[in-house]
Design a binder for this molecule. Structure first.
Ligand SMILES: [Zn+2]
Ligand SMILES: [Zn+2]
Length: 143
């Protein structure tokens, strides 16, 4: 069973770590993280001020290619990076503040797309996005 924490998985793989790369990995440590490359760059730069944007982008690409970081798209904005790349999960998105939660909805395993609805596509995976409003947004509306 692979470790749920990106940092631990990279240690097990003996991934060559530099202070720059460490700052990127640290930016991606925590639950329910779904960050844009620019957000990761800002977090990494707070730790290693001399880090370049290219280093951050190259590191992200490498981690995605290694299968240690999931790249995802919700809506029309930039791609989001999700360090929870081991446990297959789906997302719950707040339409008020954009907060994204990892969820494990029931019944998704049996979602099925009929042959005639696939338009010749070979299916690779299923991603389900639930949209709603988080408690904080609901409460701020009430006041
Ligand atoms: Zn919200
Ligand atoms: Zn996620």
């Amino acid at each position: 069973m692979r470790h749920e924490l990106l940092r631990e998985r990279l240690r097990e793989r003996r991934w060559r770590i530099t202070p720059q790369r460490r700052s990127v990995v640290e930016a991606l440590s925590g639950p329910n993280l779904h960050l844009t490359a620019e957000e990761i760059f800002a977090r990494a730069r707070a730790v290693v001020p001399e880090i370049s944007r290219a280093t951050v982008y190259n590191t992200l690409r490498e981690l995605v290619e290694m299968g240690e970081l999931a790249e995802m798209q919700i809506g029309p904005g930039p791609a989001l990076y999700d360090p929870n790349a081991v446990v297959h999960h789906h997302h719950l998105v707040c339409s008020g503040c954009g907060r994204i939660h990892d969820i494990h909805p029931l019944g998704v395993k049996h979602l099925y797309l009929r042959e005639e609805d696939r338009d010749g596509f070979e299916l690779q995976r299923v991603e389900v996005v639930f949209h709603g409003r988080c408690r904080a947004c609901e409460e701020s509306e009430d006041t």
